[in-house]
Design a protein around this ligand. Structure first.
Ligand code: ASP
Ligand code: MG
Length: 463
């Protein structure tokens, strides 16, 4: 059989009742056999996440939650499936799935607690409802299609609840064996199965990562990620109206941009694909739906000697905890105790920058206060002060080999210093292709404008 293409449709592709129709139009553009990986309808995962907290105290909330989801699904079915008997059949199947969900929610209510295994199972229902509705819609339109759940396909994980990693080796053995010869399979994203057969989520926003893992295991010719925006841009166009599209990126550039806040791909999407050289293509469902028009292509074909900047991105979800004390930089074991102490409390460290007298730990904003508490408890020798820094943004300029030329550093920093923007920490070259620095919130947009002007506009174009 011809190689398959894996297409991923995310929450932004399931926003309104017209959405499923638009997805069908996108699917019609392909001649190749497909695997469609889908996210939950927009907002549903958040709704379920909040819901499982409330149902622990209130039984009536179970009905309310199921009722709200059902209403949305039925509206979508009514709009997508015209033929009466297909529609009735889909209603019944959706009802069945909602009944399963309801039983789990009632279980949580009566037990009064929420084991990780049950939480992951409940949250996976957002995706499973999408896959069911899309499968039935395509079937009603005459496509040769079947739903394939990760448990049937054999998408195997390391078994860690809420943020599992895919076991590529195991999945690569099973998925090709379990795929039949239908032209289209529809797979709910966001979860895989532990070696013991439990549902394990792949982390928030994890459907991109599911799709990439499936593309790898199925030996796909391409991973097509459908969005509702025009792919990667040189900057966020809401802040920089002059931003231009970025037609090509390397895997590493895409990963760095995602890591530093560009909201196009989950940061782990490239991981399964790099050593297979399966390209990722970004397409816009709101664009021209009469032809396949990839807006950004991510692969390893960009020339090695390319030193240009690709895009500047930012994230506001950043805080720094500065740990000061004489000799924290040379005292052996301190850094290890800090990282272990935070890890023990499930706090993820984004980055660490050290000097002789201070260690700066980059964190998610929400982790700042818990980190301060954790380090106070650890009561580390030689640490004299903990300084939490909030209300900051991290800005990252990404481009493969960008920092090979030493003068680039000056080009980034000097114009900001000149206008009086303070940067408490600048880190150039932590990963060759990315220069990042922190500014105060209020300076964020101005810093982005200056960097964009210098690297992406007219005579300032990077070469
Ligand atoms: N629905 C999941 C989430 O919101 C997974 C995804 O959208 O990729 O996190
Ligand atoms: Mg997403």
């Amino acid at each position: 059989m011809e190689k398959r293409i894996v297409c991923k449709f995310g929450g932004s592709n399931f926003k309104s009742r017209e959405s499923v129709r638009a997805i069908v139009e996108a699917v019609e553009l392909y001649d190749q056999p497909l695997i469609l990986v889908v996210s939950a309808f927009y907002g549903i995962t958040n709704y379920l996440t909040e819901g499982i907290e409330t149902v622990q105290h209130s039984e009536s909330h179970v009905e309310e939650l199921i009722g709200t989801i059902k209403e949305k699904k039925m509206e979508s079915i009514d709009f997508s499936i015209e033929e009466e008997s297909c529609r009735r059949e889909t209603y019944a199947l959706v009802d069945q799935r909602l009944d399963e969900l309801k039983r789990y929610l009632l279980g949580v209510h009566y037990i009064g607690e929420l084991p990780h295994s049950v939480k992951d199972k409940i949250l996976s229902y957002g995706e499973r409802l999408s896959s069911l509705i899309l499968t039935k819609t395509l079937e009603a339109r005459g496509f040769d299609v079947e739903e394939a759940l990760p448990e049937d396909l054999g998408l195997i994980t390391d078994g860690e609840y809420s943020s599992a990693s895919v076991d590529f080796k195991e999945s690569e053995k099973r998925i090709p064996r379990n795929l039949g010869d239908r032209r289209i399979y529809v797979v709910p994203g966001f979860y895989g199965i532990s070696p013991e057969g439990q549902i394990t989520l792949l982390g928030r926003g994890g459907s991109d990562y599911s799709a990439a893992a499936i593309a790898r295991a199925a030996g796909a010719s391409s991973l097509d990620i459908w969005k509702d925006v025009d792919g990667y841009m040189t900057a966020n166009p809401k802040i920089i109206p002059q931003a231009r599209p970025v037609p090509a990126l390397s895997y590493r550039e895409a990963a760095e941009l995602s890591y530093f806040g560009a909201n196009i791909l989950h940061p782990r999407t490239v991981e399964p694909l790099l050593d297979r050289n399966i390209p990722i293509r970004i397409l816009n469902i709101e664009g021209d739906r009469t032809r396949l028009l990839p807006l950004t292509i991510i692969d390893d074909s960009s020339p090695e000697d390319n030193h240009s900047a690709r895009s500047v991105t930012y994230s506001d979800d950043i805080a720094i905890l500065r740990i000061t004390g004489p000799g924290v930089g040379i005292k052996g074991g301190i850094l290890g105790r800090i990282t272990t102490g935070l890890d023990d409390r499930d706090i993820n460290i984004k980055s660490v920058v050290t000097s002789q007298t201070s260690i700066n730990v980059y964190l998610s904003s929400a982790d700042l206060a818990p980190s301060v508490r954790a380090l106070e408890e650890l009561n580390l020798p030689t640490v004299t002060r903990l300084t939490p820094m909030d209300s900051i943004s991290i800005i990252a300029l990404v481009g493969e080999n960008l920092l090979d030329h030493p003068e680039q550093a000056g080009r980034i920093v000097a114009p900001l210093v000149r206008v009086g923007i303070k940067m408490p920490i600048v880190s150039l070259g932590a990963s060759e292709g990315t220069a990042y620095f922190v500014v105060s919130h209020k300076d964020r947009d101005r810093a982005l404008q200056i960097i964009h002007r210098n690297f992406f506009e007219e005579q300032g174009q990077s070469s």
